[in-house]
Every structure is written in structure tokens, then in C-alpha cells.
Design a protein around this ligand. Structure first.
Ligand code: PEP
Ligand code: MN
Length: 345
């Protein structure tokens, strides 16, 4: 922990800082530069209470932590060589990893889902998505249906593709894990539901189940997002993919504020793959292709796209933002081209 200062602390101030540090068995080293003096706190600097007490002193303007706040997600952690797989393929190796499918599975018309799944398989996607249970802003909107689970399981059976579904609570998580879903999705609304994140980590610890963690709509910094992932990894499941999906307030004209541009920051700080969701970010089918290409150019390892064979007949977000499987096929090609020509730091 470093306390930068433009002028030296006076004797009394220094004693106050020293007293707090010694309560936590840490000491202070004064480092005098030509124009500036900084104080380094030596010892176990990860002590949050000490950090807060020192930062709270009225004469301390700023304290910097040197240790990473996320021990396991950090790019320099022991997990730095960990690779996430969904089914067999490694996410982000050689080509973009594409998850696609309708927003919401319509339990009354399973063929829409099944036909979309087959068309997407033909389009070359790597995994299928589909909402069984839906987090809806309006309590009177369709909330999902347990029966939809059997529809997506049938799609997996018929296509051989891994499946991704969102869970919002313990009960849904258990049903999804009993069904051996390949990817458990945590939606934007639950991105900071720490109890759910922990439970997902506990119940999937040591398994091959991957977790697609969406970025919270109100999450400010990339670090807050990474800290949410740390909850899952700390419980024993490192198979986490980070999914920027737009934040609020929206950029007028888009559904959210597109945030694929945070991809390089996430990749710089962590080893986890980044799978961008362009559909919820821009929220209009017409803008999804450009957002997808931008995400790949920024260094994303993959995309999670809403796609439906007949968007206008879909439920949930599909009429607005789902693109046709044929468009997904084109994107698989154009994203692979961008992938080969992108500039990564
Ligand atoms: C979804 O994937 O359909 C969904 C509800 O996503 P988000 O949590 O990003 O809104
Ligand atoms: Mn959706």
C-alpha cells in the first residue's frame, strides 16, 4: 500500500498512520524522491480495515493498493494459464467462440427453438443459448417456463451443441445442474447477487460447467465486474467467461450504453475470456453485426448473440434484436476475418 503525497506528512500525522499500521503488524517506510515523498506500508497490505482507516484520515488524499483486489482473477495469479472450455473447444483459441439462439424459448411453439437451433448449427456456432426462465422488468411479462428446459435439452441432443441458460435463483440453478447444462448464465440483474454467485461457485466447483457472467447494468468499473467473477472462482470454479452487455444510462438510440470497448481492459487485468453480448448492448437487430465486429476487433474471445428463425414471431427480446441465423453465418465468417487481422496489445 502506498500513500503518495506532494508534501511530507508532519510528525503528528505520521505517528497517526504508524499507529494504525502497527495495529495490523505493518510498518511504514518513508521514500524520499527529489520532488516528492511517498510512504510505503510494509506487511500484509491486503487488510481492508487498515486500508479504510488510513484512507479515512482527513489529511490523506489518496492511498494506492499494490496487491490486486482480485487474487484469483488477476492475470498474474496461479490461474493465469487456465483455459475455459465449453464442451470440448477452448474459448478464444484460434477463432471467435460464438454462442447464439433466441432470447426466450417459447414453450407453446417448441419448433421455433428447435428449427433455430438447427439453422444455427448449420451457421457454424459453437453453443446454443435460450432463456428458460426470464428476468423481466415488468412482473406481468412472460416469466419463462420449466417446460422450456426440456426443449433446449432436446436441441442439444439433436444438434450436439453445448447449451447456455440463465438462472436467477437456487432452485433454477439446481434444475439446470441436474440437466447438466454446459453454461450457466448469470444475467445483468444478478451480476452482484453475491449469494447466488457463491452458490454457483460452490455447486459447480471442480466440474466442467462454465459460467457466463454478464456485466451488471449499473456496474461502474471493470474491477467491480472482475470482483463478481472472483466470487465464483474463489468457491472453486475457474471456468468463468466475462460478458459485457451494455450498461445504463443508455446511449440515446441504443438499448444500453455499448461497452465492448472495455474488453482490452478486462483482458489486460485478468486471464478470463471475454464473450461480448452485442444484442443487449445495442438492442436493435440492425446494429448487432457492427457491434459484433467491433467487439472482436477490441480483442473479445467470443460473442453471445440473440438469433431466431422468425424474429417477428419470437417472444422476449427477439422481435427487436434477434438476427437471422443466416446473418449469424455471415458474421461467423466476417468475425473470423477481423480476428485474423486485429491489433492486440
Ligand atoms: C438475456 O440474455 O436474454 C438477458 C436477459 O440478458 P441480460 O441479463 O444481459 O439482460
Ligand atoms: Mn434477451
Amino acid at each position: 500500500m502506498i500513500i503518495p503525497k506532494t508534501s511530507k506528512l508532519n510528525e503528528k500525522q505520521l505517528q497517526e498512520v504508524e499507529a494504525i499500521a502497527s495495529d495490523f503488524e505493518c510498518s511504514i517506510l518513508e521514500i524520499q524522491g527529489r520532488n516528492r515523498c511517498v510512504y510505503a506500508i510494509l506487511g500484509d497490505e491486503g487488510r481492508e480495515v487498515m486500508f479504510k482507516r488510513i484512507a479515512g484520515l482527513p489529511f490523506i488524499a489518496k492511498v494506492d493498493m499494490i496487491e490486486s483486489p482480485y487474487k484469483l482473477m488477476d492475470r498474474r495469479s496461479g490461474l493465469s494459464d487456465h483455459r475455459v472450455r465449453v464442451g470440448k473447444p477452448e474459448v478464444g483459441k484460434d477463432k471467435p467462440f460464438i454462442i447464439a439462439g433466441p432470447c426466450t424459448i417459447d414453450p407453446a411453439n417448441p419448433n421455433f427453438y428447435l428449427e433455430s437451433a438447427h439453422a444455427l448449427k448449420e451457421a457454424g456456432v459453437d453453443a446454443l443459448r435460450g432463456g428458460v426462465w426470464k428476468p423481466r422488468t415488468n412482473p406481468y411479462s412472460f416469466q419463462g417456463d420449466n417446460h422450456s428446459l426440456s426443449i433446449i435439452l432436446q436441441a442439444r441432443e439433436e444438434t450436439g451443441l453445448p447449451i447456455d441458460i440463465e438462472v436467477m435463483d437456487s432452485e433454477q440453478l439446481k434444475l439446470a445442474l441436474e440437466a447438466k447444462v454446459d453454461v450457466v448464465q448469470v444475467g445483468t440483474r444478478n451480476a452482484q447477487n453475491y449469494r447466488l454467485l457463491k452458490e454457483i461457485g460452490q455447486l459447480t466447483a471442480g466440474s466442467n460447467t462454465a459460467v457466463l457472467l454478464k456485466r451488471g447494468r449499473h456496474m461502474a468499473s471493470p474491477n467491480e465486474f472482475i470482483a463478481s467473477a472472483e466470487y465464483i472462482v474463489a468457491e472453486g470454479n475457474p471456468n468463468v467467461m466475462l460478458c459485457p452487455r451494455g450498461t445504463t444510462p443508455p446511449l440515446e438510440g441504443y438499448r444500453n450504453h455499448p461497452d465492448e470497448s472495455i474488453t482490452p481492459l478486462l483482458k489486460n487485468r485478468t486471464w478470463a475470456p471475454v464473450v461480448v453480448d452485442p444484442s443487449h448492448s445495442v438492442g436493435h437487430a440492425d446494429f448487432v453485426p457492427a457491434c459484433s465486429l467491433a467487439a472482436i476487433a477490441y480483442g473479445a474471445d467470443g460473442l453471445c448473440i440473440e438469433s431466431h428463425i422468425q424474429p417477428a414471431k419470437g417472444i422476449g427480446d427477439d422481435p427487436k434484436q434477434a438476427i437471422l441465423p443466416q446473418k449469424v453465418k455471415e458474421l461467423v465468417g466476417s468475425c473470423t476475418e477481423v480476428w485474423k487481422n486485429r491489433y492486440l496489445p
